[in-house]
Design a protein around this ligand. Structure first.
Ligand SMILES: C[S@@+](CC[C@H](N)C(=O)[O-])C[C@H]1O[C@@H](n2cnc3c(N)ncnc32)[C@H](O)[C@@H]1O
Length: 186
């Protein structure tokens, strides 16, 4: 916990990826943006370890990896303000009995740890996830800056592991970028 606090203190600009997978994108990004701190959360042990190994091999000190579920992390991230929350290909949890796992049910909590003016970025291949997130963001005073259907990330180094798979399978990807406008007048 103290090392997380120290990590956060080292950076003015922070990005949160609450479902990072094994984080190839962040390895590329962190090398080129050493002044930006990246906090990544991943539920699956093997993926988190793979991410950790890649970051260590590259001697990257601007990535902090938490192995666990993002739902539990709000407690420890309560006082952090992120510039960007980056959510790429969240599991859709289609069955109703799984609905509590859908990430957009936690948008209130994500918004609390996002700076006013901070950005929430979503990439998904799931139309329902995109539509529901879009509606909930509007309800919460987010300004939609970008909504692109059939999005293909032009910079290959910025494609996540799952993004590469979906591009290969020719599955349409939706990209949404929204700015947090809550709290500007407070
Ligand atoms: C489809 S993958 C996408 C991974 C990565 N964002 C990418 O685009 O390559 C979804 C990831 O979210 C992780 N995950 C699912 N629910 C989670 C949760 N509640 N907290 C943290 N990670 C979670 C899964 O283990 C999986 O690695």
């Amino acid at each position: 916990m103290s090392s997380l606090v120290q990590f956060i203190r080292n950076f003015d600009h922070l990005i949160l990826d609450p479902m990072s997978g094994s984080g190839t994108l962040w390895i590329n990004f962190a090398r080129k943006n050493t002044n930006i701190g990246i906090i990544a959360i991943e539920k699956r042990f093997k993926r988190a370890v793979r991410f950790f190994e890649k970051a260590s091999q590259s001697n990257l000190t601007n990535i902090f990896i938490i192995r666990g579920i993002f739902e539990d992390s709000f407690l420890i991230l309560n006082h952090v303000k992120f510039n960007v929350i980056y959510i790429a290909f969240p599991d859709p949890w289609p069955k109703e009995r799984w609905s509590k796992h859908r990430f957009y049910n936690y948008l209130d909590k994500f918004q609390k740890i996002l700076k006013p003016g901070g950005k929430l970025i979503l990439k998904t291949d799931n139309l329902q996830t995109a539509i529901t997130t879009f509606k909930k963001l509007i309800e919460r005073n987010f300004l939609i800056l970008k909504l692109i259907f059939n999005y293909i990330e032009p910079l290959k180094s910025l494609r996540t592991d799952f993004e590469k798979l979906f591009i290969k399978k020719r599955s349409p990807i939706i990209s949404l970028v929204a700015k947090n406008c809550a709290g500007f007048l407070k």
